[in-house]
Design a protein around this ligand. Structure first.
Ligand SMILES: [Zn+2]
Length: 217
């Protein structure tokens, strides 16, 4: 899942209008921001296995710290807790914590049974929507469309940056997603850990957009 996580952040603005979209993107993508660091540190592992599912050439055989259900609940608590310590808003902290957990729920729909429940790495679950490219695209693009609709309804641009910055982010996200799906698999596993860190750019981009939009009502 890729676009769907951004859709969660966009939608969350509806319930947490004064939380920054940057924070919400950081939360909904948190475990995918953690994962490349754990890959580079040698704590978690992935291997190339073209055909693993139709959509991804990756075999996520070892990622219990970032992607187990227990791990994600823990990360949700930590991120929500840090947010509360900084901002003192129960509602927003809850939304931020739930956004972290939402990542696992969305991943559950698309991954084949490779998502562990515990840190031990077993048992593993996944509904495997990635076995169908058309259904995956319908879900990802559909979620992004709904998220965009909700975000645009919940905020209005203060200036041109607020409109064009948002449009630009959506175009780049969809472009990267399509290139990923139709393009060749990454050359090696090391590249995945390095390239994965680029997602921080979208956190900053979202925060920048948010400063140029204001919550309505
Ligand atoms: Zn993930």
């Amino acid at each position: 899942m890729f676009l769907g996580h951004y859709a969660v952040a966009l939608s969350a603005k509806r319930v947490a209008p004064n939380a920054s979209l940057g924070t919400l993107v950081m939360a909904s993508q948190f475990i995918d921001l953690l994962w490349p660091l754990l890959l580079l540190a040698g704590v978690e592992h992935v291997r190339l296995d073209p055909g693993n599912t139709v959509v991804t050439p990756l075999d996520f055989y070892d990622y219990p710290v970032s992607h187990s259900l227990v791990g994600v609940l823990l990360w949700g608590g930590i991120v929500g807790g840090v947010y509360f310590a900084l901002r003192r808003s129960w509602t927003n902290s809850l939304v931020v914590g739930l956004a972290v957990v939402s990542h696992w729920v969305l991943d559950l729909i698309v991954h084949r049974p490779d998502l562990p429940l515990h840190f031990t790495g077993e048992p593993r679950v996944g509904l495997g929507l990635w076995n169908s490219l058309p259904l995956t695209l319908v879900l990802e693009l559909g979620l992004l469309a709904v998220g965009t609709f909700l975000y645009v309804g919940a905020t209005k641009a203060k200036d041109r940056t607020g409109s064009y910055g948002l449009a630009g982010l959506l175009v780049v996200l969809v472009g990267i997603y399509v290139a990923n799906v139709v393009g060749p698999p990454p050359p090696d596993v090391g590249m995945i850990g390095i390239a994965g860190n680029a997602s921080w750019l979208f956190v900053l981009w979202a925060a920048w957009i948010d400063r140029h939009r204001q919550a309505v009502r």
